[in-house]
Design a protein around this ligand. Sequence first.
Ligand SMILES: NC(=O)c1ccc[n+]([C@@H]2O[C@H](COP(=O)([O-])OP(=O)(O)OC[C@H]3O[C@@H](n4cnc5c(N)ncnc54)[C@H](O)[C@@H]3O)[C@@H](O)[C@H]2O)c1
Length: 314
Amino acid sequence: MKILVTGGAGFIGSHIADAYLNAGHDVFIIDNLSTGRRKNVNERALFYEMDIRDKAVADLFAEQKFDIVNHHAAQMDVRLSVKDPIYDAENNVIGFLNIVQNAAVNKVNKVIYASSGGVIYGEQDYFPADEDHPQRPYCPYGVTKLIGEKYLFYYAVTFGLKYTAFRYANIYGPRQNPHGEAGVIAIFLQKLFRGEQPVINGDGRQTRDYVYIDDVVNANVLALSKGDGEVYNIGTGVETDVNQIYDVLNERTRANRPPQHAPAKSGEQQRSVLAIRKAASQLGWQPLVPFALGIDKTVAYFEQNELQEGGAKS
Ligand SMILES: NC(=O)c1ccc[n+]([C@@H]2O[C@H](COP(=O)([O-])OP(=O)(O)OC[C@H]3O[C@@H](n4cnc5c(N)ncnc54)[C@H](O)[C@@H]3O)[C@@H](O)[C@H]2O)c1
C-alpha cells in the first residue's frame, strides 16, 4: 500500500515508517523538521520537507493517491500550548484539517491518528481510565488532540473516511527528543549522560503510564486492517512515578547522582494510567516489552547517541 506518515522524522512517526517499510509498503513522509530530525528518516521512504499547513499538501495528495494516512505530525509541547494556544491550534487543528480534508477529497481509505490518553482525560475520576472516562483536557494541547478525534468522526459519517484514533500513554524509547517538555525518560537520560543534574518537579510522586515505542508501532501496524471507527487507549495499565523513573535511570547509567527536587509545576497532572482492555479485545494488541527491557534499550540508545554526538546539541 501507499502510506503517508506525517511527522515521520519524529520519534514515533519514524519508527512507524520503518515498520511499514519492513512490511513491504511504499512510505511517504511529510515533516517540517521543527522537532524531528533528518537522520530519523528512513532512506527507503520518500521524504518531503513540508509543513502540514502548507497548500502544497493538496498537490501531493492529488499526485500520489495514498491508500492510508498515518498522522503523527503535531505540536506536542503542553507548556507551549498554554503559552501560545493559537500556534498549537494552527498545527493541531488547521494542519490536521489540511491533512484530513485532503485525505477525504482524494478518497484515502483510512486515517490513523495519534491522540493522547495522557492529557485528554485530565485528572482521572478512576484508575485506570478506560475510553469512556469523562474527557476534561486541562491544556490547549489536550483540547486540540480531542478535536482531532471529533473531526475524524465527522469525516467518517459524512465522507466514509475510515479512521482509528490512538490515545497514547507516555511513550518512551530510542529517538525520543529530549528537548522541551518531551518525555521525562529522554530528558533525564540526556542529562545523566552529560554529567548534568536532572531535576524532579515537586515531590516526584506524579505517576504516568509508560509504554515502549515498539508496542506503539505494533498498534499502528494492526490498525492498517483493524479498528475502523474506534478510539483505543495504548498504554500498559501500570503506574510509575517520577522518583521510580529517576532511580532506575540513575542506576542503569551508573551516574550515581542523588535526586534533586524543584518546586512543583503548577497545574501538573498528578496521576495518569490507562485501561487497555479495548485494544486487547478488538485489535488483539498487548504491550509486550517489559519496562526493564524497554529501559535498557533506551539507555543503550542514548549512551550511543551521546558518544556519537559528543554531547553536542542533538
Ligand atoms: N510521545 C508521547 O508520549 C506521545 C503521547 C501522546 C500523543 N503523542 C502524539 O504522537 C505524535 C508524535 O509525537 P512524538 O513524540 O513522536 O513527537 P515528535 O516531536 O518527535 O514528532 C512530531 C513530528 O512532527 C513534526 N511536525 C510538527 N509540526 C509539524 C508541521 N506543522 N508540519 C510538518 N511536520 C510537523 C516534527 O518535526 C516531528 O518530526 C504527536 O501527534 C503527539 O501529539 C505522543
